[in-house]
Design a protein around this ligand. Structure first.
Ligand code: PLP
Length: 342
């Protein structure tokens, strides 16, 4: 598959912004090239536009080449850039199985890309037949989220592989919640599928939602195009420094992930015992989708007690469902106590 054939023509022709620091070679000690303020604060210099140190660290952790890593201002940035690279506004379309993470559709709409929404199956797995049947010459990207938000389950590998094999466009596998499951990441499949793009984030398992750092992994060809069109300084020095510090403490991340997984199990057990609760869906993520009698009312009652969960009851296939993020043991206990009272 020749990926560059999928890239919009005008994007292929874009000449990227050349930042001051990219334009000289060799060592320098006096920087009068970027119109920065010469008086030191901790941040008077522009950040590294290529995030070299951070990518080196990520490449070690993920066992993947640095040229296969794109870093964005949250996952939302690579999602937006993928539309801009591969989809012609007003002409092309994307397939988004539903229910799933809402930003794919929002970003598609902002970029004026038609959305074809295909329902997942009853148990939130991919309906491969209907998905592939909906593909047209204008379909450029299929978004798959595994583990899926808001249902929490993994999509079955055989179905995802089928889509990767049969679809001649880009398949995005969003693995924002991959650290909360034992299933292997699709990162290991990047060499096998040139049309695969994997999204991960530091917002969940790594506990850094506030710094906004999303990771996008793909072939060096796709990553080079994303790098070409990104804003030059899209990751601040603050974010790069904090990310590096945190990535150097993988032991802490593993401990926290294990705590969250253990809590997920006990919250699932405790919720299942509550009369109002009709079903707790199995989860490979850091949240549970819970079918509950009078979900909207329960949502409001919890809010009166200062507890906010996500009301997903109007979302397709999620009638009467609340999505509950796994909190600390104390937080989860408070939630269970209030639900018991109701
Ligand atoms: C599936 C999925 N992808 C991406 C994100 C957002 O990640 P980020 O914080 O990196 O933008 C979320 C956030 O809830 C999500 O559920």
């Amino acid at each position: 598959m020749d990926i560059s054939k999928l890239v919009r023509k005008n994007i292929l022709q874009v000449k990227p912004y050349s930042s001051a620091r990219d334009e000289f070679e060799g060592e320098a000690s006096l920087f009068l090239d970027a119109n920065e303020n010469p008086y030191p604060t901790d941040f008077n210099r522009y950040p590294d536009p290529h995030q070299k140190e951070l990518k080196k660290k990520i490449s070690e952790i993920k066992n993947i080449g640095e040229q296969q890593i794109f870093l964005g201002n949250g996952s939302d940035e690579p999602i937006d850039l993928l539309f801009r690279v591969f989809c012609e506004p007003g002409v092309d379309e994307v397939l988004i199985p539903q229910p799933t993470y809402g930003m794919y559709a929002v970003s598609a709409s902002i970029n004026n890309i038609l959305i074809k929404a295909i329902n997942l199956t009853e148990n939130f797995d991919l309906d491969v037949e209907r998905t592939l049947a909906a593909v047209t010459a204008q379909t450029k990207i299929i978004f798959l989220c595994s583990p899926n938000n808001p249902s929490g389950n993994l999509l079955s590998t055989s179905r995802v592989n089928l889509v990767l094999e049969k679809f001649d466009g880009i398949v995005v596998v969003d693995e924002a919640y991959i650290d909360f499951t034992e299933q292997k990441s699709y990162l290991s499949q990047l060499d096998r599928y040139p049309n695969l793009v994997v999204l991960q984030t530091l917002s969940k398992a790594w506990g850094l939602a506030g710094i906004r750092l999303g990771m996008c992994f793909a072939s060096a060809t796709i990553i080079a195009v994303l790098n070409k069109i990104k804003p030059p300084y899209n990751i601040s020095s603050l974010a790069q420094n904090v990310a590096l510090e945190t990535l150097n403490r993988e032991d802490i991340k593993i401990k926290r992930v294990n705590q969250i997984i253990a809590e997920r199990k006990s919250l699932e057990t405790n919720l299942s015992k509550i009369k109002l609760v009709e079903q707790v869906y199995p989860s490979d993520a850091n949240f549970l989708l819970v079918r509950i009698k009078n979900a909207k009312q329960v949502y409001s009652e919890l809010l009166k007690k200062g507890i906010v969960v996500r009301d997903r009851s109007s979302v397709i296939l999620c009638n009467d469902c609340l999505r509950i993020t796994i909190g600390t043991p104390e937080e989860n206990q408070l939630l269970v106590n209030e639900l018991k009272k109701l």
